[in-house]
Design a protein around this ligand. Structure first.
Ligand code: 13P
Ligand code: SF4
Length: 337
């Protein structure tokens, strides 16, 4: 199954080597009653072999909230493992590398949130799931790119006129634009927009991968592949989102490629995603011109996943008070899926 899927995506000698490791992982997984969750950005040999569930960060958080397994191995980045731990404090949660960070999560602290609350009193704080637990613990809601507009709409419907949305500047700008609400950069006065009108207050950090896509990239794809539909992750700049055909989370991109029949698809997101879709939907023509990889997601390999199960490493540990406080905004996010 794995071999058939990866033909043409991974070189044959590598497939055989990876298949052996995957076999060992699958045996250990059963023995230890472990579940493996694989984010859409995992390398194809991992993505198409050992995970029991694959998907975007929203779906995988929901799965982790419901599992009966004793051990959860999160093949994704560290904040994803933390989210699983917060939802399953009594279980062992492993992330196969300690180096799997994220530029967004690293760009905001609980202290920053406290300062923003002082600057914009009464404004609820929505934290992107790409944050560490200490930030979630001082937030009112979490969201992912898969439900950011739902969470924002919910708060607008409740009548909030100022909503702090952290930490990704581009996701905040894109979601505000989708809801037709003006954007205020954190630090600007609260009355930059009249106080009786709603506004989104955003932070200044960006995804180090998606911020690199440009409108010129979009034009270059259109010139070379005029029949391609271009999809982008909403962590791209508002100009890029304006220029592409479809914007959405990694799950939305997967669903689009699966369900909407187009001559070709070009993805502006982490490269493994395009490779994984090419393997999953061989009847679809993917434009494989991607060169942007996430150094954090790429830390997680099949080899590390085997080592994680053999050595029960690296355990996600969090202080109980942080777990307790961070649980509420995550549960609110899951309720608004
Ligand atoms: P998704 O929420 O779409 O899975 O994306 C997570 C991420 O890290 C995107 O860069
Ligand atoms: Fe973080 Fe960007 Fe990597 Fe996603 S792609 S994990 S947002 S650095």
């Amino acid at each position: 199954m794995m071999q058939a899927r990866l033909k043409g995506v991974v070189p044959p000698f590598e497939i055989e080597m990876k298949a052996e490791i995957a076999h060992k992982i699958n045996l250990l997984k059963k023995e230890l009653n472990a579940v493996i969750l694989g984010h859409n950005y995992m390398e194809p040999a991992l993505f198409h072999s050992v995970p029991d569930y694959t998907g975007d960060s929203l779906y995988l958080s929901a799965v982790s909230a419901q599992t009966d397994a004793d051990i959860i191995v999160f093949c994704g980045v560290w904040f994803m493992g933390e989210t699983a731990k917060i939802l399953n404090p009594s279980k062992t949660v492993l992330v196969p590398s300690t180096k799997a960070g994220c530029s967004l999560a690293a760009g905001i602290s609980a202290k920053d949130v406290a300062a923003l609350r002082l600057m914009y009193p009464g404004a609820p704080v929505v934290s992107y799931v790409n944050t560490y637990a200490e930030v979630k613990a001082v937030s009112d809601y979490c969201c992912t790119s898969g439900n950011a507009s739902k969470v924002l709409k919910h708060l607008l419907d409740e009548g909030h006129k100022r909503i702090i949305f952290l930490p990704d500047e581009f996701l905040a700008r894109n979601t505000a634009a989708e809801m037709e609400v003006p954007f205020i950069q954190a630090g600007q006065p609260i009355d930059t927009v009249p106080l009786d009108q709603p506004a989104v207050i955003g932070w200044h950090v960006r995804c180090e991968v998606h911020e690199l896509f440009t409108v010129d990239d979009v034009h270059a794809i259109r010139r070379q592949y005029p029949d391609a539909v271009i999809l982008a992750h909403p962590e791209c700049s508002p100009e890029v989102i304006e220029a592409v055909d479809v914007a959405g989370s990694t799950k939305m991109m997967t669903d689009y490629v699966e369900k909407v029949d187009k001559p070709r698809y070009a993805l502006l997101t982490e490269c493994s995603m395009g490779d994984n879709l090419a393997a999953q939907f061989p009847h679809r023509e993917m434009v494989r011109a991607c060169s942007l990889r996430c150094q954090h997601m790429n830390q997680i390999t099949l080899e590390d996943t085997l080592a994680a199960l053999e050595k029960i490493q690296y355990k996600v540990e969090l202080p109980p008070d942080i777990i307790e406080q961070a649980r509420k905004p995550i549960e609110r996010m899951l309720a608004l899926r």
